[in-house]
Ligand binder design. Structure first.
Ligand SMILES: Nc1ncnc2c1ncn2[C@@H]1O[C@H](COP(=O)(O)OP(=O)(O)OP(=O)(O)O)[C@@H](O)[C@H]1O
Length: 683
């Protein structure tokens, strides 16, 4: 079997499984091998049923006294085994696996492994794994990989396919240059893949991980180098002159631009007038005022006779930007149109026509902006966020028949400059390191659940003064299915706790786009005073009149994500507040949240987050907004990132590295990476 064979070549992958794996971005055997565990499970000593504790994972030794019970159930047929547990009965239950009634035999001893929960008043292990005592002995003490999963794909399935792939693909071909492998004492590729998926012990796994992290950063850096080379040489076909309208826009604003905003604006003007096309990143903390700088660049583009587009990560944000730009730019005779996935066919056609016929100067939208059917007349500037940075192929397809446009990327990710220079190596960087002068720092507190009633009173008081509030309630048991229900239930409680005169609405990811848009619009207009929401409001939402952010179960979020959420308030002149509700009694949860009370500065928070996570925490909380790597962690593996980046730069300068078989394999990997990056994966 070849490394790049279709995943369907593996035994046991039919059309249905293939589709489910596709949802995890696994299309080829290589994709599967790069699907790394998020953790490892160690199967401990088996216990007797009486020793099982609620909420804990256990391997239970159980001799069946009779055949398993079969229940047809109305929706979920099940097979169960009952035994005497700790003071009450303990059930093992399997759903949708009717054949088990013949497999599990009375009188035989099994080991069932899973987490005990209370279900309808009884202690139950649902869908436990089944082993014979001999099978279990072999597993005991081994590190079992735990993979991130999606509906319909079990850990067992992934492990089974992984073992099959590792056994059948020839992985002996190296692609890292031998001298680099020696210099950094990196494990062999074949060894690394085996040991990351089925580690012999902790140390082997660490050695494997180190090699794979280096690979990932090395190939990423090579790709960046190629893009950089490409963009450095791209001539500027949209040379733009400064225009008086931009000065007029600045003069018309109800505030003065900060000196950081003005400096960034100067840099952009210089780029757009230079002989080389612009590729610039604006990095600025939440609420630092990046949007107005983008608006100036778009206005300048329009006034030079070109079109500009701005791509937002969500529909809600696209609409918000559309309203903002329309209001700001219309007085200067600039026409703005919207283009999103949820627009009706007629509306969309009208937008397409306006874009193609240059009836539109500025186009605001979601990913729909880069679809085939969009035909720009002369696209001179593209503004985007860091998650949707473009690879070479996308930049080229955007240019279409025309020339490569200027690119402006906006990011609120607080990373130190040394790191930014590596990760955004293909872009020039402007930093807005100053908040608007009149801003009052947000007042923060971490409270327990008992404080809820007081928090609602506080919100009521703020609303009475004409302000608005967000309440974030997290997902239940990390299940998206329950997401909507949870928000609806919680909203009922909030409504009951506030006077009838206060309008409370909810927002969650499962609502129809139209509904979401209406609610956000009403909130922006002040028709809704309290918005109960999931993290859909996390990025970019701008309602300066909102002064309270209350975050339920705050300890379940990463610090970077909490900082982003908090950034939805404190965007106007009024004093704003953030209430972090900590529902955990663990002291470390409280300590982590207190970092946010100490500071409103994204850089400080990112640094403290790293310290608290500790360098040994390989599978820490997922960072929000930060570039995602499959295995590398830009903070914890910062040293390796620096080394890989330096090596890649030196290596790329060596001529003709594609000559031998290692070089060719590396080239293939680089091309594959760039193709993926072009789809918006990383770059
Ligand atoms: N110099 C300034 N003085 C006062 N207010 C400003 C200034 N610049 C921008 N603002 C206002 O601050 C608010 C936040 O700005 P903006 O939406 O551009 O933030 P941002 O940098 O995009 O933040 P985020 O990353 O959180 O989306 C807006 O309401 C904007 O009108």
């Amino acid at each position: 079997m070849e490394l790049y064979s279709d995943i369907a070549q593996l035994k046991g992958v039919g059309e249905k499984t293939r589709q489910m794996l596709a949802r995890l971005n696994i299309f080829t055997v290589a994709d599967l091998l790069e699907y790394y565990p998020r953790n490892y499970d160690i199967y401990g000593e088996p216990v007797f049923p009486e020793q099982v504790e609620e909420g804990k994972t256990a391997a239970v030794v159980c001799t069946l006294s009779g055949p398993p019970a079969v229940s047809r159930g109305r929706t979920t047929p099940s097979v169960s085994v009952k035994t005497r547990g700790p003071g009450r009965m303990l059930y093992m239950t399997w759903y949708h696996m009717p054949y088990l009634k013949n497999t599990l035999k009375a009188g035989e001893t099994y080991i069932f492994r899973g987490t005990a929960k209370v279900r309808r008043g009884s202690l139950t292990i649902e869908q436990p794994e089944i082993f014979t005592p001999e099978e279990y002995k072999q597993k005991q003490n081994a590190m079992q990989p735990v993979y991130p999963l999606t509906e319909g794909v079990s850990n067992k399935l992934i492990s089974r396919l992984m073992a099959q792939a590792l056994e059948n693909v020839d992985l002996s071909r190296e692609f890292l240059p031998e001298d680099l492998r020696k210099k950094y004492k990196l494990a062999e590729y074949n060894y690394a893949l085996w040991q990351i998926h089925f580690p012999k012990d902790w140390n082997s796994m660490l050695a494997a991980r180190r090699r794979l992290v280096f690979d990932e950063f090395f190939i990423f850096s090579l790709a960046l180098g190629q893009i950089r080379q490409h963009t450095c040489q791209t001539p500027n076909h949209y040379v733009m002159e400064s225009c008086s309208e931009c000065d007029a826009l600045i003069a018309s604003l109800p505030y003065d631009l900060t000196s950081a905003q003005l400096r960034t604006w100067d840099q952009i003007q210089a780029d757009m007038a230079s002989p080389v096309v612009m590729n610039r990143l604006i990095q600025g903390d939440v609420g630092s005022g990046k949007t107005i700088v983008a608006a100036l660049a778009l206005l300048q583009t329009a006034k030079n006779g070109y079109q500009g587009c701005i791509m937002a990560p969500t529909e809600v944000l696209a609409r918000q930007h559309y309203e903002t730009f329309q209001k700001l730019l219309e007085p200067f005779g600039v026409t703005t149109v919207l283009l999103t996935g949820s627009m009706g066919a007629r509306e969309r056609r009208a937008s397409y026509e306006a874009i193609a016929g240059h009836g539109a100067d500025i186009i605001v939208g979601t990913h729909a902006l880069i679809q085939e059917a969009v035909n720009y007349d002369c696209l001179g500037l593209v503004v985007t966020d860091e998650q949707h940075r473009f690879g070479v192929s996308q930049r080229e397809s955007l240019a279409g028949k025309g020339q490569t446009p200027h690119i402006l990327v906006m990011s609120a990710t607080p990373i130190p400059r040394t790191l930014a220079l590596i990760l955004y190596g293909d872009l020039d960087i402007s930093v807005i390191d100053e908040l608007p002068a009149k801003r009052l720092p947000i007042k923060n507190c971490v409270v327990g659940k008992k404080y809820r009633a007081t928090a609602y009173r506080f919100i009521e008081k703020e609303v009475a003064q004409g302000h608005q509030a967000y309440i974030i309630c997290p997902m239940v048991e990390e299940s998206e299915m329950m997401d909507g229900e949870n928000v609806v239930d919680y909203t009922k409680i909030v409504r009951e706790s506030l006077p009838d005169s206060v309008t409370v609405e909810y927002l969650h990811g499962k609502q129809k786009p139209k509904e979401k848009n209406r609610i956000m619009e009403d909130f922006a207009l002040g028709k809704i005073q309290v918005l109960v929401s999931t993290t859909v409001v996390e990025v970019g939402v701008n309602v300066p009149n909102a002064t309270v952010m209350m975050i339920e179960d705050a300890q379940r979020f990463g610090l970077a994500q909490l900082h982003q959420l908090r950034g939805r308030v404190g965007r106007g002149d009024a004093q704003s507040y953030c209430i972090f509700v900590n529902t955990s009694d663990k002291p470390q949860a409280q300590r982590r949240l207190e970092v946010l009370v100490r500071s409103n500065d994204g850089f400080y928070i990112a640094g403290e987050d790293l310290k608290l996570r500790g360098p040994g925490d390989l599978f820490g909380l997922k960072q929000s907004g930060i570039m995602e790597f499959k295995i590398g962690d830009i903070f914890n593996d910062m040293d390796l990132l620096k080394e890989a980046s330096k090596s890649a730069r030196e290596f790329a300068e060596e001529k003709d590295w594609t000559g031998d078989s290692a070089g060719q394999e590396l080239k293939k990997r680089l091309e594959r990476y760039m193709d993926r990056a072009g789809d918006g994966l990383v770059l």
